[in-house]
Design a protein. Structure first.
Ligand SMILES: Nc1nc2c(ncn2[C@@H]2O[C@@H]3COP(=O)(O)O[C@H]4[C@@H](O)[C@H](n5cnc6c(=O)[nH]c(N)nc65)O[C@@H]4COP(=O)(O)O[C@H]3[C@H]2O)c(=O)[nH]1
Length: 615
């Protein structure tokens, strides 16, 4: 004993230093929940949601989950046991939340700003093209008007009976010029020479210079011709049948523009030639013009708009530097960016709320139910006299999509806290009721026990659901055992309707985990239960080298006095079997006999003839 005590103290010291390093990790790395659980479970083991077992001081360690790491508070004075809390990293919803949410949150912040800049960019381009289109339309309107006046004047002179350059002819020309807004003068042309005109009366013959061409409508044109009275001013001269019209090239193109670097031009479509222009018009831009078609094109540096009049064989062009359009972009961005930021913040908040909601235990557990990630294993309950499997406890398991198996100690507590235990219990009820016919067929008189949480013991809860379903299925009385915990019976009045409903379908009631919580003798007397389940912590204290807890013997004696049946949980050794049989305990479950198993395995075991003697 003294050896055991000594080694135990050494073990405590070792565990103590182990704990120190763990506590550092706890404080720095989100283990606060486990730490609090560890402390709280000293007072009441059910308060520790991550509890995996109890350690008896000084010498008995209960290896409930041997592959896990543990921390225990070995400094609890006056306690006969301390709580073991496993420190395996539990899924930390908030940590996962930040990992899962960070990408959408980042996108949520960036997308609206990028979108607002993109919208501003598009808007700036559209605005510039709209402006250029309006300018080109105006140039074309003027061009068409000047073209029509020009043709009308030439037609008129064709019909004039007076000899070219006669006074009567020049007078008629002056009348036409006076009534035509876009015409500056008229005259007669012979062999490329202006022989007379309303602008050059009395002058010598004027040989026509400038770019000469004949258009598709048969009009000879001299673009940029010079006349003696204004040698610095280029004129455009158009002639047909010896009659000529003189036009000032600026008259069509000269209009106010918003920016000095806007270029305007008027083109003859066929053969393509620029007849009037204002500002630089690159030949490469003009090469982008498809004759007689209105279009918008762009070079590396400019947006260019063409507007064409097919009937008049002319087109207008307007061009402006792209940089000029996007110069205002930053001004727009400055307006849009704050709006984008506000939208981002709202969007990010929405994403955060949604993601948090999705990662909440409530939603995760409901999703697991919907995806059928829960399943049931059965642990046989054995008659210690005959070795027969007389019943089985339904134990819930959660296998997540990634394959990890979450122990019920973790998710049941979460489900209770999140208020979703009722649908989970209903699911267990459904599975058990579906499995029961086969089990009863394989072993008549067999019973299945299922666990109820305190929240299940309410009016119109899962027990009433079971009652409705059970009544319709005609199972024999005693086929079901409902395991309630001491916590569930703290408010016995609230639990009574559920217990009565259980009674009405002939289900027996067992008090689970007895001795670990608030139970008192008076409580046992006041409630109508059939069976006490001795918690495995008390069974674990039964062993060749260990001091048997006096509580174990008391529980057994008390149950006999109250004429309650007993089921011992967590039986692992022959010593424990012998001890229990010697004290009149009839039934037990534990790894000594069988671990929790799937239905098929349980059925196969029931079909095998049981040994006639206890092991
Ligand atoms: N060390 C040791 N352990 C043994 C041995 N024999 C059985 N056990 C384990 O002891 C637990 C017995 O269940 P419990 O006391 O009702 O304790 C259950 C029960 O309170 C709760 N639980 C399980 N299924 C359900 C359920 O469907 N609904 C509710 N409300 N609670 C459930 O989770 C607890 C833990 O369940 P499990 O992890 O399945 O753990 C089971 C079982 O696997 C043994 O020889 N040695």
């Amino acid at each position: 004993m003294s050896n055991g005590r000594h080694s135990s103290h050494a073990g405590f010291r070792k565990a103590g230093s182990f704990m120190v390093s763990l506590l550092v990790a706890i404080r720095g790395g989100g283990w606060q929940g486990s730490l609090q659980g560890t402390t709280r479970c000293l007072h009441h083991r059910m308060a520790c949601s991550h509890r995996v077992g109890l350690l008896f001081a000084p010498s008995v360690e209960i290896p409930l989950a041997p592959r896990r790491r543990f921390v225990h508070d070995g400094t609890a004075p006056g306690q006969d046991c301390v709580c073991l809390c496993h420190l395996q990293p539990l899924p930390c919803p908030m940590k996962r939340f930040y990992v899962v949410a960070s990408i959408p949150l980042l996108l949520a912040a960036l997308i609206p700003i990028a979108a607002s800049l993109w919208v501003a960019h598009r808007q700036a381009k559209n605005d510039q093209i709209t402006y250029l289109t309006s300018l080109a339309d105006e140039v074309l309107r003027r061009g068409v008007a000047s073209r029509q006046q020009l043709v009308a004047a030439l037609n008129d002179l064709d019909r004039d009976p007076h000899a070219p350059c006669s006074q009567a002819s020049l007078t008629r020309m002056q009348q036409l010029v006076g009534t035509s807004f876009y015409l500056q003068g008229m005259g007669s042309v012979m062999d490329g020479t202006l022989v007379c005109s309303t602008l050059t009366q009395g002058s010598d013959l004027v040989p026509l210079t400038g770019n000469h061409m004949v258009t598709a409508t048969g009009i000879s044109s001299w673009i940029g011709a010079r006349l003696p009275f204004a040698p610095d001013q280029p004129f455009n001269i158009y002639a047909r049948n010896g009659h000529a019209v003189i036009i000032h090239p600026g008259i069509v193109i000269d209009m106010p523009v918003l920016h000095a670097d806007v270029s305007l031009g008027l083109l003859i479509s066929t053969p393509q030639a620029l007849i009037r222009s204002k500002g630089p018009l690159d030949a490469q831009w003009l090469a982008l013009y498809t004759p007689d078609a209105s279009s918008q094109v762009e070079s590396d540096t400019h947006h260019i708009v063409f507007r064409a009049s097919k009937d008049n064989n002319i087109a207008a062009v307007a061009a402006a530097p792209k940089a000029q359009a996007y110069g205002g972009l930053w001004a727009q961005a400055l307006i849009l960016a704050p709006l984008g930021l506000v939208a981002s913040a709202l969007f990010a908040l929405g994403v955060a709320v949604l993601t948090r909601w999705q990662l909440s235990p409530r939603v995760r557990l409901r999703t697991a139910l919907r995806r059928r990630e829960f399943f049931i294993l059965y642990q046989p309950i054995v008659d210690l006299q005959t070795g027969q499997w007389v019943g089985a406890e339904a134990l819930l398991r959660w296998r997540r999509r990634n394959g990890t198996l979450v122990p019920p100690d973790e998710f049941i507590a979460e489900a209770e806290k999140a208020g979703v235990i009722a649908p989970i219990t209903r699911y267990v009820i459904d599975v058990v009721l579906a499995d029961l016919p086969e089990l009863l067929k394989a072993r008549p008189g067999f019973h299945v026990s299922l666990n109820l949480s305190p929240q299940d013991l309410v009016a119109d809860g899962p027990v009433q659901y079971l009652q409705r379903r059970f009544s319709a299925m005609e199972f024999p009385a005693g086929a079901l055992m409902l395991e309630v915990t001491e916590r569930g019976l703290v408010n016995i009045e609230a639990a009574r309707p559920a217990l009565q409903a259980a009674r009405q379908i002939g289900a027996s009631i067992a008090l689970d985990d007895f001795g670990t919580g608030y139970s008192s003798l008076s409580m046992l007397e006041s409630i109508d239960i059939d069976t006490l389940k001795i918690d495995r912590i008390f069974i674990a204290s039964i062993g060749a080298q260990a001091a048997i807890s006096p509580v174990t013997t008391h529980i057994i004696e008390m149950a006999h006095t109250l004429q309650l049946a007993l089921i011992a949980e967590g039986v692992e050794t022959q010593d424990q079997v012998d001890f229990l049989i010697a004290r009149g305990v009839r039934q037990a479950q534990g790894w000594k006999f069988a671990r929790a198993m799937p239905l098929e395995e349980l059925l196969a075991g029931l079909r095998v003839a049981p040994p006639s003697q206890p092991q």
